[in-house]
Every structure is written in structure tokens, then in C-alpha cells.
Design a protein. Structure first.
Length: 214
């Protein structure tokens, strides 16, 4: 698989709690040089990146990250603030407690609320597959589809496991025609990245792709 193909699908990512501005600058410069799909960064850096780089790259940020159990109103506020600061893509974390309680309508309603807040921007829904059984994964595909999101995303990268090709293949069978797949977390080798693309991932959330494929 050609390096350009992988990098053009990659949300070049740094989301550590102790991320410095120097690391953000390096991330952005690499994203521009290697033409990655976006940079995925902490919300606190979105405005500063927009001021520094303007329209030179696509800015993605996270909402309700990484645990997902903040209230919907807080996630909506985060989304609106991120867009006002210059974010073009939002990666939200679902409330996994709702899944475990069988409250799938609440999950769908929250996705709808964030999609409305995002307007025409891309909304990706992080479902954290490592905490879900197969039936829950199928049901969450329905929630993401019915909620009008643009992507279903496997993982935060902060859970007990990351993207697995078999989960991507399962998603492909159950998401609607307008939903794409983002694989994230746990991809440490070229082979990991390529396996996720072959399984059906349209995007990759990765902190390692540039160093591996450049």
C-alpha cells in the first residue's frame, strides 16, 4: 500500500494530557508536509492552531474525551466552542454508560444534538469498541446511522484496546450508506495501519503513521 494513500487517510494525532505547543507545531508542520487528512488535537489548542496556520490544514478536535460520560449539554457547548475556534471536524465520545444500561435512544439523541451543533462540519462518533460486546457494537451502528453522524470511530486510544480489523468489518455490515469508518488506537506498525484500511477504514487516527510511512 502506497504511503501517500495511508497518510491521506490519517488524522495526524496528539491528545496526551501533557501535550506542549512545541509538539503541536511539529504535528501541524508534518501534517502540511505529508498532506494528512487533518490534525486531531486537544480543544485548548484549536484557536491557536487556526491563528498560526489559517486554512493550511484541517483541524479536528475531540469532545467528551476520553470517557464520554459528561452530560449532553456540556458536549454541545464543547462542540460549539470548538467550531467557533476553527475546528472543522469533531470526534465525540458516546456515553458508554447509556449503552450498558440499554438506553440506545439516549445515545442516538445525543449524536443528533451534536450533529446539529456541528452544522455542516464532519462529526465522528467514538464508540470505544474494547468495552462493547458484539450485540452492542451492532446496536451502536444503528445509533450512529440514525443520529446522522458522518463516521463511526473505533476507539479513543485511551481504552484497554484499540482498533481491530474484525470490528471494522462488523461495522461495514451494519452502518448506513452515508456513514464511514475511522480506525483509531493500537496501530503501532505499518501492517496494523494497512490491515485497518483493507478491512474498510476510510480514516485512521494515528500518532505514528507519519513516522512509519514518510
Amino acid at each position: 500500500m502506497e504511503p501517500k494513500e495511508i497518510l491521506s487517510r490519517t488524522d495526524h494525532t496528539v491528545l496526551k494530557a501533557f501535550t506542549t505547543w512545541e509538539e503541536i507545531e511539529k504535528l501541524c508542520e508534518e501534517a502540511i508536509e505529508y498532506n494528512t487528512a487533518s490534525v486531531c488535537v486537544p480543544p485548548c489548542y484549536v484557536k491557536r492552531i487556526k491563528e498560526r496556520y489559517g486554512n493550511g490544514l484541517v483541524i479536528c478536535t475531540v469532545v467528551g474525551f476520553p470517557l464520554g460520560y459528561s452530560v449532553t449539554e456540556a458536549k454541545v457547548a464543547e462542540t460549539r466552542a470548538a467550531i467557533a475556534d476553527g475546528a472543522e471536524e469533531i470526534d465525540m465520545v458516546i456515553n458508554i454508560t447509556d449503552i450498558k444500561n440499554g438506553d440506545f435512544d439516549r445515545v442516538t439523541d445525543e449524536i443528533k444534538a451534536l450533529k446539529e451543533a456541528a452544522g455542516g462540519r464532519i462529526l465522528k462518533v467514538i464508540v470505544e469498541t474494547c468495552y462493547l460486546d458484539e450485540d452492542e457494537k451492532v446496536r451502536i451502528c444503528e445509533c450512529v446511522t440514525d443520529g446522522g453522524a458522518d463516521y463511526i470511530k473505533t476507539s479513543t486510544g485511551f481504552g484497554i484496546a484499540g482498533a481491530q480489523p474484525e470490528d471494522i468489518e462488523l461495522f461495514r455490515k451494519h452502518i448506513g450508506p452515508n456513514v464511514k469508518i475511522k480506525a483509531s488506537g493500537g496501530m503501532s506498525t505499518k501492517e496494523d495501519h494497512e490491515a485497518c484500511v483493507r478491512a474498510g477504514a476510510d480514516r485512521l487516527g494515528s500518532s505514528k503513521a507519519v513516522s512509519l510511512f514518510k
